[in-house]
Design a protein around this ligand. Structure first.
Ligand code: IMO
Ligand code: MG
Length: 470
């Protein structure tokens, strides 16, 4: 019997690798009918710009600009109903129709007002996005306390709106009482907005657990879009500095509402100048702990894009010979500020230990590398070449894997190799046009990580993307 297949796309580092732009390219060349999400919620964020239209996607799958593609939010995801509605409205405002295209699994859990309050109280140490994502996944496991349901799935909510509205109120009041919160806002109003938003999402809710399965039966292919990336996986990442869902490729088949039997291949996305937002160890960080503190919880809020651009001279920073300052310059040049929180992203040297590990653990079939153009900026520094991390030293020993504890991560020192500097690639259109140094970079990278490099990003624009076909 002929049937369709499923591919899974994931980020291989700490998020923000440019997954959405790779999906955009894949949709042009591969015959996918559906883009589906299987994890996360409003903590994820992609900016998509097409023909001067700009939207920030959080919960709606990438692929919105392809009117013939279905968009599916799988049961492993969590949503904030008010924000979700806003996102739908932002997308429709630029002329993109979502009716009859967007489906939300009835099993998706709702981020309630008390989850957001809890994340604001507890999330500082981790540097969460404060969207209530951790608390809602926690409540998924708690399920209920006494007779009060804590995990509210959208399908159940809509079957008994008044009953569930009451749970939202009780859950909120409970937290207000425990934390002795002096509310200036009207609790009733808070719950009412939540309630009305859930009701407005009714038309998008999909109750059929075989929704994707039936489409694959009709020879339709699915692309699963991972959010938050491999190194932030709640189990596999370094505790507590992770997100709270499973982010590895296999999670597509627990949160994506289809059997792994239909699986075809795994596509990874990485970027040549790495980034991390929020707190936690980052072995190859430009400027190490100093950068973590600078971009962290308290200070980070100050250093938004406009402030950094006005405060520094990029050329001077690049020539400073100081990795911390080079990091700031690369952030300004690469526009590396959070699309969800606007925080400055911490930048890091391209780390092959980490990349190789993510590829191997997920058995990635092919990868795309974004931000190759940013490597050119390094030729303006006094560094003798492009720095590349090839192993770590931990307690005097050379290791070839990412340590599993936060303490070891902080203690590990990167071993750095220098590859030849590259020229400006931003105007290149084909692989043939690339310079010898860029080809050397790609070829050497491919040999070291043992995975085919299928394409590279050479700038932020849609067409600044080169496919590598052999
Ligand atoms: P995309 O899909 C980068 C990080 C947060 C924080 C930690 C926990 O855009 O790649 P959470 O709000 O999830 O409880 O925060 O995880 N984080 C991300 N970092 N990109 C993301 O998603 C992220 N989603 C969560 O910054 O350190
Ligand atoms: Mg992002």
């Amino acid at each position: 019997m002929k049937r369709g297949y499923t591919d899974v796309l994931i980020g291989l580092q700490y998020g923000d690798e440019g997954k959405a732009r790779v999906i955009d390219k894949l949709l042009q060349k591969v015959n996918y009918s559906i883009v589906a999400k299987f994890n996360a919620g409003p903590n994820a964020g992609h900016v998509i710009e097409v023909e001067n239209k700009r939207v920030i996607l959080h919960s709606v799958p990438a692929g919105v600009f392809y009117s013939d593609k279905l968009l599916y939010v799988g049961s492993g995801c969590v949503i904030n109903p008010e924000k979700f509605l806003q996102e739908i409205s932002d997308i429709e405002k630029i002329g993109v129709e979502l009716k009859n295209r967007l489906r939300i699994s009835s099993n998706v859990s709702l981020i309630q007002p008390h989850h957001i309050i809890l994340d604001n109280i507890q999330g500082g140490f981790i540097g969460t996005t404060r969207n209530g994502v951790g608390p809602v996944y926690a409540d998924q496991a708690v399920r209920a306390e006494d007779k009060i349901i804590k995990n509210l799935k959208i399908g159940s909510y809509l079957s008994d709106p008044e009953g569930f509205r009451n749970y939202v109120m009780l859950n909120l009041k409970n937290i207000v009482e425990i934390y002795k919160i002096n509310f200036e806002i009207d609790v009733e109003q808070f719950v009412q907005v939540f309630h009305d938003s859930v009701l407005q999402l009714r038309e998008y809710v999909e109750y059929d657990p075989f929704f994707l399965d039936k489409l694959v039966g009709l020879e339709k292919n699915i692309l699963f879009e991972g959010a938050n990336s491999c190194m932030l996986d709640v189990v596999y990442g370094v505790t507590p500095f992770t997100t709270s869902s499973r982010t590895i490729a296999a999670a597509a088949y627990t949160g994506g509402d289809i059997s792994l039997k239909h699986h075809n291949k795994i596509i990874g996305v990485a970027k040549a100048i790495m980034s991390r937002v929020g707190n936690g160890p980052f072995i190859s960080e430009y400027g190490g702990r100093k950068s973590e503190e600078y971009c962290g919880e308290d200070a980070g809020k100050k250093y938004i894009k406009e402030v950094e651009e006005q405060s520094y001279n990029v050329e001077e920073l690049l020539k400073s010979g100081d990795l911390f300052k080079i990091g700031i310059a690369l952030r300004i040049l690469g526009n590396e500020y959070g699309s969800t929180t606007k925080r400055p992203r911490r930048l890091g040297i391209f780390d092959l230990v980490l990349l190789k590990q993510s590829c191997r653990l997920n058995a990635v079939d092919e990868i795309y590398i974004n931000k190759i153009d940013c490597l050119y900026e390094l030729s303006k520094t006094s560094l003798s070449g492009i720095p590349i991390v090839t192993s770590y030293v931990l307690n005097g020993k050379l290791i070839d894997y990412v340590p599993t504890t936060s303490e070891d991560m902080y203690n590990a020192r990167p071993v750095i190799e220098y590859w030849p500097h590259i020229s400006d690639v931003s105007s290149a259109k084909t692989y043939e046009e690339l310079s010898v140094e860029v080809k050397y970079f790609i070829k050497t990278l491919q040999e070291r990580i043992c995975v085919k490099i299928a394409g590279i990003g050479v700038g932020p624009e849609r067409e600044q993307f080169i496919e590598i076909i052999e």
